[in-house]
Write a protein that binds this ligand. Sequence first.
Ligand code: ZN
Length: 297
Amino acid sequence: MAKEVRTTSRKLKLRLQKEAGGKCANPGCSTWRVQIHHIKQWAVYKADNAEDMIAICPTCHDACHRGTLRITDEELYRWKNIPRKGPPNTAQLFVEAAETPKRVRVFMGPLGVQVARNRAIVFRHLRGSSFSFEKLFGDTLQISSRLEDLAGREVLQVSNNVVRAAADPDVRFEHPRAGHIRITVPANGNYMPDWQIQQIRAQVPNFAIDGRLVALEVNVLRPGELMAEGFWRAGKGAVIFTKDAIHLCSNEASLQPLTIMPDPGNIHPMAVEFPEEANVDELGIFEELMLKPLGMC
Ligand SMILES: [Zn+2]
């Protein structure tokens, strides 16, 4: 008997989660972890009617029960009636404002990129790939990025911290917690030529060993700072950022990529900083520093 009740409520929970589009039903909330709220008070009605229940996140749930600006039942029914197709492929990345403009930076492998002015293009126009970031209001980090597969189809796009993964069964979009977004694709020739995967494995034997490539992973570390991993195309080659290293694959005939790793005796990342007078709008930082000398762009 008890088992039946539990089964029913799990089924109901799944139905309500699907109805809410796999996220909090609040259209202004990007949280994916949800609870089931009884719009009509459970204590009064003692019934599990799907029509009067909704999937919302713990924070929004809290706002239904208390607070000065409570979420009303009318709002909840309005959210419940929004037609949705799940699962979501868009998320908003929030990065708390930094204490000082100097603390607005992006860590990519062993590289910390910061700019004195407002915009840093880390890469651009590398066969449909780009990565850049901007400082908004002098202290707030906004990233933008693009990646296409080898056939030129879009895999992902990030515009001012709004992340969108392609609605493609190959493309897996994970948002395990606020401030952490991960998009992966199969480790096959649609996304990265086999020779590139083999080259990186010469350095990192377990690279993409689970059959997935990290197309983009972003993790907010501190106010104004985030860590980005992923891969970007550069000419016939690729630039791959992992947690610890940067791999540049530019030549099919070579057995190993050019890998940049931090000095083990130095815990601080290499910092690339552009001076006030540089026209950073015109610079692709990585392009200028490494890719052009290697003939990769
Ligand atoms: Zn919510």
